[in-house]
Ligand binder design. Sequence first.
Ligand SMILES: *Cc1c(COP(=O)(O)O)cnc(C)c1O
Length: 232
Amino acid sequence: MNSGMATITARATDLLDRIRTLESRYGRAPGSVTLVGISKTHPVEYIREAFGAGVRNIGESYLQEALPKLDALRSLPICWHFVGRIQANKTAAIAAGFDWVHSIDRIRVARRLNDQRPEGRAALECCIEVNLSEESGKGGVDPHEVDELADAVAGLPRLRLRGLMAIPAAADGLDAQRVPFARLAGCLERLRSRHPQMDTLSIGMSADMEAAIAEGATMVRIGTALFGPRRS
Ligand SMILES: *Cc1c(COP(=O)(O)O)cnc(C)c1O
C-alpha cells in the first residue's frame, strides 16, 4: 500500500509540472488549467494521497460509489466534481454533495438540481456536456441544442453556468485530438457573447491532455495517469 501511495504522490507532482509546462508551450496563462483527479473505482486512501500532493479537485462518475467517499473525506476541503451521467431520480444527492457538475445534458435535470440545491450552499457550478460525436447513446446534448440548454441553465438561480464539457471519441495523435476540442472551444466562444460568465472548458483526459490544453482547457479530468489503472 505504501509504495502505491508514493506512486500517486509522484504522479501528482509530475502531472502538475506537466500542466505548467503545457500552459507555457501553448501560450496559456500560468495557473489557468486546473487538474481534476478522477477517482472512480479507487479507494479513499488514494484520494487522500492525491490531496496531500496538491490535487484539491476530485471528480467521481458514479453516485452510489461517490457518496461514501464524500462522507469519509468530509474533513478535507476537497472541491468535489460530478462528471458522470446524471439519472433524473438521483439529482438530490448530487445537488447536496457536490460543488461542480460537469455533465448537465437536459433541462429537466438542470431544473431538478436547481430545486434541490440546499439552502445555505453556494450556487452549484455547472458545465453543459456536449455530444461532439453525435452518436446516440453517448452522453451530452446535441450541439444544435446547446444554446437553448445554456439559456435555461443561466436562468436558474441556484445554478451557476460556467462552461462546457465533452468527451470526444478516442483519436490518435495530437492533431487529430485537437479537432473536436477546437470545435467545443468555438462553441464556448459563441455562447460567451450571451453568457459572458462562461469561463470553463472541461476537456482532456489521460490520453489527450496536451491537445485539450492546446485548445483552451481550463479543467483537465485525469484518472488513469494519476491513480493508475481502474479497478473495475
Ligand atoms: C473516467 C473519466 C475520466 C478520466 O479518464 P482517464 O482516461 O482515466 O484519465 C475523465 N472524465 C470522465 C467523465 C470520466 O468518466
